[in-house]
Design a protein around this ligand. Structure first.
Ligand SMILES: Nc1ncnc2c1ncn2[C@@H]1O[C@H](COP(=O)(O)OP(=O)(O)O)[C@@H](O)[C@H]1O
Ligand SMILES: [Mg+2]
Length: 309
């Protein structure tokens, strides 16, 4: 069997809190295989973000270590970690974290600047990927001129543009409605499937685990279950299942049924949810410079980027 792309051994994370200590992670062992979509599921405060931060090298564990792509990242210096992240890791955040003064295109092109691509190559790759995520008509919009779902698609394009081996997403649909959540989940999973990238998604929404190949449940800083799952989007990117309804949707449906009859005819509540789904995000071509036709070269090693522009 292949070596896991992420291997976590004996991680413990303790935060000092005044004179007290918070034990956020207890003794975490976890292997994630290349190309796997792994969902880390848990209620608020269970330690999901803390675990993701250790996996991605944003924080150092109190004990234990994390290996990614064969590198023990817990031993790297901050500078080495920054270079490692630029090369191998993408991030998607709940609140998108786009740079407000920059356009969608500039936000997506940004990670390629650190990898030594020319401005022309960066823009070409960013535009190509933005079109593929259904934002071809929003290339030069700034974050405030886009909806939450559109901003998150920019965030996804930014995470994937340099084609990192591992993408981490912390509650990526936490600010989105249920229809947009499905679009965003499908988009992330299809992008990963296309290039055999590994995706680790943190969420408290149990129904989103249906997209994962592996479901890891955290309770109070410990893994209480780690199971394989048949994802609703298979390794070839075909959709083969349905997302189960969330608890909120079931509850809303339950409330709605008897209520509808009781409502007076004059109520101005008009159900607006029947709009057709937005553009499909067919992912047919490659978007990174170097794979498109033409004599473009692959990126130089990140250490040699000091010339700058
Ligand atoms: N920087 C910090 N300092 C002190 N306690 C923290 C810090 N970050 C997280 N915690 C605590 O660790 C626990 C897990 O937090 P977190 O990983 O953010 O949970 P989740 O993402 O599952 O909601 C919580 O009790 C939280 O209060
Ligand atoms: Mg969190």
């Amino acid at each position: 069997m292949e070596k896991p792309i992420i291997s976590v051994q004996g991680i413990r994370k303790v935060y000092p809190l005044g004179r007290e200590k918070v034990v956020a992670l207890r003794k975490i062992d976890l292997d994630i295989q290349k190309g796997e979509i792994c969902c880390i599921l848990g209620t608020s405060g269970s330690g999901k973000s803390t675990l993701l931060n250790q996996l991605a090298g944003l924080e150092k564990p109190t004990r234990g270590h994390v290996e990614i792509c064969g590198v023990n990242i817990s031993r790297l210096s901050e500078r080495q970690l920054a270079v490692f992240r630029q090369k191998h890791i993408g991030f998607i955040f709940q609140s998108y974290n786009l740079l407000p003064a920059y356009t969608a295109c500039e936000n997506v092109a940004m990670p390629l600047a650190f990898r030594g691509f020319s401005v022309r190559q960066r823009n070409k790759a960013a535009i190509s990927l933005l079109k593929k995520v259904g934002l071809g008509s929003r290339l030069y919009h700034k974050p405030t001129e886009m909806s939450g779902g559109q901003q998150q698609r920019v965030g996804i394009a930014r995470a994937f543009v340099s084609r990192p081996q591992v993408v981490f997403a912390d509650e990526p649909t936490g600010n989105l409605d249920s229809k947009t959540t499905i679009e965003v989940m499908e988009l992330m999973v299809r992008l990963c499937r296309k290039y055999q990238q590994t995706l680790v998604i943190v969420t408290h929404e149990a129904n989103l685990a249906a997209y994962a190949d592996r479901i890891v449940t955290l309770v109070d800083g410990s893994i209480i279950s780690n199971v394989e799952n048949h994802s609703i989007i298979d390794r070839e990117g075909n959709k083969i299942g349905e997302v189960p309804p969330s608890e909120e949707e079931l509850f809303a449906a339950h409330l709605q049924q008897p209520e509808e009859k009781a409502l007076p005819a004059s109520t101005d509540k008009t159900p607006q949810d029947s709009a057709p789904a937005e553009g499909k995000f067919a992912l047919r071509e490659d978007f990174l410079p170097g794979e498109e036709k033409g004599p473009t070269q692959s990126a130089p090693a990140p250490q040699e980027e000091s010339k700058g522009e």
